[in-house]
Design a protein around this ligand. Structure first.
Ligand code: PLP
Length: 365
């Protein structure tokens, strides 16, 4: 049996006619950037989230970068990020000239409020939480640290479309929630895309202006903005996918639940549910001290896996200049050495799931 680490064609095939009709109608409309599809998607995504004001942008990295910019974060400001996040979270901070301050994650890959509190200095301006792997960060502890210290709270929801904490969706807990629609995401476009959700009308207006050359009306520029817009084709296709997102998330959750029930091997650590958190299992990530041997063994059986992520941002070549040395964040570094993402995509058959489970349960040192 051959099972790739991920497949993106199956969600497309599931509703192929709808996507094709939408693509044709956008192509025939003669309007390709910032039009009716974008406006409708922004409204429908806000409905899905159950609140907030949504602004479409070019990608997830832009969503975070623009959110931080419009919140006034810049040189001299510190932003706390979890040390095991994807590098884009950190890039958004440094692209604004601000300083990323890394904080160790807890046992569920999420930002640990106690570690976070120890990182706060007089220069700390914001906390940037990532709901990594589609596992919802318990928000009570984080929110109360932010409130106690008067910090802005921004959520990186790139992997968390539909995650909830005590019934409230990821993206609605702070000043801004930032989404990616990169094709692999639970709500993935057919190219790049992103969105910011905010609560404040003024912030929404500023983001709308900044994403479009800083233009508040045609050919008048209030500030030196960027070009980061969600195009009509992606917005239209995302509208189609959004109507199926709950189904895709449910199917991914069923796969995750089966893995949690049936994978039994003392060499493998499974992710854990946290009471109050609704996960959408963007990735199903296990931990194994013999990670490389496990991956080779699975590969021989035709099972593809991935590592999210092998190098924590503070050890990446790109951030060598910030001078954080190996050993500074042992929890995040240990995760980078031991995590493995299993195939858990929409369309993975029950037979394939059983084959993966059987292979994992038979793995020996
Ligand atoms: C946690 C996280 N943040 C930010 C991003 C950036 O999103 P994009 O690739 O759309 O720029 C991604 C996705 O790649 C991500 O996984």
């Amino acid at each position: 049996m051959q099972i790739p680490a991920n497949r993106l064609d199956l969600t497309f095939r599931e509703n192929q006619n709808e996507y094709e009709e939408k693509a044709l109608s956008v192509l025939r409309s003669g309007w390709y950037v910032l039009g009716e599809e974008n406006t409708a998607f922004e409204r429908e995504f806000a409905d899905f989230l159950g609140g907030g004001r949504v602004v479409g942008v070019g990608c997830g990295l832009d969503a975070i970068t623009i959110a931080l910019h419009t919140l006034g974060i810049g040189p001299g400001d510190e932003v706390v990020v979890q040390a095991n996040t994807y590098i884009a979270t950190v890039l958004a901070v440094t692209h604004n000239g601000a300083t990323p301050v890394f904080s160790e994650p807890d046992d569920h890959f999420a930002m640990d409020p106690e570690c976070l509190e120890k990182k706060i200095t007089p220069r700390t301006k914001a906390v940037l939480v990532t709901h990594l792997y589609g596992m919802m960060t318990p928000m009570d502890g984080i929110r109360s640290v932010c409130d106690r210290h008067g910090l802005l709270l921004v959520e990186d929801c790139a992997q968390a479309h539909g995650c909830e904490w005590n019934g409230k969706k990821a993206g609605l807990f702070g000043e801004a929630g930032c989404f990616s629609f990169y094709p692999t995401k639970n709500l993935g476009a057919f190219g790049d895309g992103g969105a910011v959700v905010v609560q404040e009308p003024m912030l929404e207006e500023n983001i709308r202006c900044y994403r479009n050359y800083g233009s508040d009306r045609p050919y008048h520029n209030a500030e030196t903005g960027v070009n980061s817009r969600l195009d009509e084709l992606q917005a239209g296709l995302l509208r189609v996918k959004l109507t199926h997102l709950d189904d895709f998330n449910r199917v991914k959750s069923e796969i995750a639940e089966r893995y949690l029930r049936e994978i039994r091997n003392p060499l493998i650590r499974l992710p854990q549910h946290v009471v109050g958190a609704k996960n959408v299992w963007h990735q199903f990530v296990i931990r194994c001290e013999q990670r490389d041997a496990l991956r080779t063994y699975l590969q021989k059986k035709g099972i593809g896996t991935a590592i999210h992520y092998p190098v924590p941002p503070h050890l990446s070549e790109a951030y060598r200049s910030i001078g954080v040395l190996k050993g500074a964040f042992p929890v995040a570094e240990r995760l980078a050495d031991t995590v493995v993402s299993l195939p858990s995509y929409f369309g993975l058959t029950e037979e394939e799931q059983a084959y993966i489970i059987e292979a994992l349960n038979a793995f020996r040192e």
